[in-house]
Each structure stands twice: as C-alpha cells, then as structure tokens.
Design a protein around this ligand. Structure first.
Ligand SMILES: [Mn+2]
Length: 428
C-alpha cells in the first residue's frame, strides 16, 4: 500500500466523528513538529473540526498527561512512535510518524509511519510529509499546505526525494512554491555574513573575518551581491580553501531555495520555527504557520537570539577537546536545547571534533539529555544512532530513539557511564 492510500483510513476515522468531537493534536518540539501539527490543524479547521494543539518534548510522562484529559481523538504527529503501547489507554488515536518505532500498535491506535510504505523516514518523508498526505486525503484543496510540508522537510534536513519530491512537485504545479538558486552569503555586509554564518561555520572568523577579507583586497563592508565577478571568484575560492583546512567535505556556495506564496523563503521560516521550538516559544511558530504576520517579527527576534547563542557556544567549542570512546566522541553542554545543533555543527565544521566518529552531546538537568549526530558516511558504514540510543537508554531504564543520523535519549544521572559503555558496544 502507498502512503497516500493508507492515510485515507485516518481521514475516514476522522470524518466518522461528529464535528464537535474533542480533538487533541500533539506535535513534536522542532520545526518539523510545528509544521506538521499546523498542517493537521489547518486541515481540520477547514473540514469544520475544532482542536486543541500542543507541542511536546519526548517526555516519559507524556501519555499520562494526555490521559487526564477527556479527548475523543488524539492525533500525534512527528511524535508518538515511542509511546504506542501506552496509547492503549487513550480513546481513538492517529499517529502520523516517520521516526523509528515498533511495527505493532494497539487496536485503538491507527499508526501510520512513512517507513511502512516503502519510504526512508530519514530522507524521503518527514512528519510534515505524512501530515500533508493526511491533509491532501481530507481535501485536495489542501495542496497549499505543501508550503508547510517543505518547511518541515527542511527542518529535518531531509532530501527532496521519495514522497518529499512529490510534495515539491505538487507545490510548484499548483503555483504555491517557486524555486530559485541563490548564493548563500547574500544579504548582509561580507564581514557580518562570514562572522555570523553557521552553515557553513568558519572557525576563528569571529575575530578575523575583516582581516581575511582585507588580505583578499575586498572591502569588508561590501555585500556579496555588490562584488565584481573576479572578486566573487577570489572570495569563494579562498573560502573553499578555508573550509578544506577545517576538513569540511561538502561545500556549496549556491543553494536551491524554495519560496512559498504565503510564507516567503521557506528556509527562513524553517529556521524561525526551529528557533521558536528550541527557545520554548513553539506557540509563535504555530502562529506563523497559521498565517499571523505579526508572529514573523516576534520570531525574527527569537531567531537572532538563538543564532547568537549557538555562535557563542561554537566559539567556546573551537577551543575545547571532546571526550573520546572507541566508537564515538562526546562533550558536555549546559545548553540542552542547543545540544543537537551543536553536535551537528561540530561534526561538520570543527576540526577538533572531527574524528570520523559520531558525536554525543550530554546536558545535565533533572536527568541527562543526550543528543547524537552522525554523518551519511557513518550511516553507510552501519551506524544507527536511533537504534543505539534507544537500546542503550532502555537498558539503563531511560528512553531514547530517532534516526540513524540524529537521535536523542534521556537517562538517569547515575546511569551515565553504563549508558555510554552500552552505546560504545552498540556502535562497534
Ligand atoms: Mn520529524
């Protein structure tokens, strides 16, 4: 069966319920989760249903909390794969997912995971993709929601292949999406663009971007788009060399950007949703998706703050040596919401963190939160962080899961060493 057909079972279930049904939407706390939950919310509203929406972390007590409420239907989107058994205690449940999970769900749970339909849930369909399939099955007029689906795809760093490719084609075909190839350094003065850039991240540039440009004979205050062709070439080849020195293997100065008719640059929207999620402002992200223009300005401030915090941490990490096990390296951070992105950026751009091994970031709070990142090459060589963290966390009484390249776990503080040993064994 194809995903497009399978989601019809979910829309049939929804449509069998009266309009005043109490519906709860639970989305995961990241850009994909916010986009996914919004897609479902908008589709429900258009179909005449009311709902109550929440964006949640993967917490051990999540289902217990929801069980206290009196819902006729709970729709989990981009979250839920790790709670299937506990959902038995809820009434009707629809799970729209793409994370690794069990194959079997209790009979009251309609569990639709992209992975069941021949799709790679870490590349070819994300939460927002499955949510979009659901919305489209409800009403084909919902094709405009392809814009938000793309926001989710970008947020989860997926590719435009598999079902995701169909979404882009839908969006372009219906006039809601436009694609343009653009240089990535446009917008600000070159000094600022180089200093502030996170993808790619240039080590040392927080103090040396102006002198780097001076040496090339390029005025730091100029914008990239103001440069003559020759200066442009000179700059890009110098920057390529700089990244090669950082041992970066994927370098692209132009990027395919998707624009949404109702949302503008979808990469920017995705980055805003991500910042909102990380800084506990998911509501602002939902507001953006629901079309609130004022929320964009609020989110811009949140986004700047978030990026500032990342840069600050990255500058510290440039000077640090990570801890090392046989099969991964790890570091500690007190910025739990940033842990995943820091691990990911370190893996790509920090020479002192590049040892051809996955990176785990550990943050202490009530528990220890773990975020892990690998690259595609490691995954091709058999690394599966989602599985390793899930098994290792469960072994020490914690919770974990995710994707081969990106995963998370939550464990008790006294289990740290045992957990790390277990991960080391599993990654061998
Ligand atoms: Mn997702």
């Amino acid at each position: 069966m194809k995903l497009e057909e399978a989601v019809k079972y979910a829309t049939d279930l929804l449509l069998s319920l009266p309009k005043k049904t109490k519906i709860r939407i639970i989305g995961h706390i990241d850009a994909d989760g916010i986009a996914s939950a919004s897609i479902v919310a908008i589709a429900l509203a258009r179909a005449g249903y009311r709902f109550h929406i929440s964006i949640k972390k993967t917490e051990p007590d999540l289902i217990k909390e929801i069980k206290k409420e009196d819902n006729d239907l709970v729709i989990f989107v981009d979250i839920g794969s790790s709670y299937l058994e506990e959902m038995r205690e809820l009434k009707n449940v629809i799970v729209l997912e793409h994370h690794l999970g069990k194959e079997e769900a209790p009979s009251n749970v309609m569990y639709l995971n992209a992975r069941f339909f021949g799709l790679d849930g870490s590349k070819e369909a994300c939460g927002a993709s499955v949510a979009y399939a659901f919305a489209l099955a409800l009403d084909e007029e919902n094709v405009d929601l392809s814009q938000l689906a793309i926001v989710g795809i970008i947020g989860d760093k997926q590719q435009f292949i598999g079902y995701n490719k169909k979404i882009v084609e839908d969006g372009i075909g219906s006039g809601f999406i436009e694609e343009r190839d653009e240089y990535i350094l446009v917008g600000k003065s070159l000094k600022e663009a180089l200093e502030n850039s996170l993808e790619p991240y240039f080590t040392g540039f927080y103090k040396s971007s102006a002198s780097f440009l001076d040496k090339l004979g390029i005025q730091p205050q100029k914008k990239f788009e103001e440069l003559e062709d020759e200066d442009r070439r000179k700059l890009l080849s110098a920057l390529t060399l700089k990244l090669l020195e950082q041992d970066v293997d994927e370098i692209a100065w132009r990027k395919r950007i998707y624009y949404g008719k109702n949302y503008g640059n979808l990469y920017d929207i995705s980055s805003k949703l991500n910042a909102c999620a990380r800084l506990n402002e998911a509501g602002v992200g939902i507001a953006i998706c629901l079309g609130d223009k004022k929320a964009i300005d609020v989110a811009h401030v949140i986004q700047e703050k978030y990026r500032d915090e990342i840069r600050k941490e990255m500058r510290e990490m440039e000077k640090k040596e990570p801890y090392e096990k046989n099969n991964f390296i790890y570091f500690y951070t007190d910025k739990a919401p940033l842990a995943g992105v820091l691990a990911g950026l370190a893996l790509k751009y920090l020479p002192n963190f590049k040892k051809d091994k996955p990176i785990l970031a550990l943050s202490y709070n009530e528990f220890i939160d773990v975020s892990a990142r690998a690259d595609d090459k490691m995954v091709e060589n058999g690394v599966n962080l989602g599985e390793a963290l899930k098994l290792a966390a469960e072994k020490v009484g914690g919770i974990g899961g995710g994707h081969p390249v990106a995963a998370g776990a939550k464990i008790r503080k006294d289990k740290e060493e045992e957990f790390l040993e277990e991960v080391d064994k599993l990654l061998k």
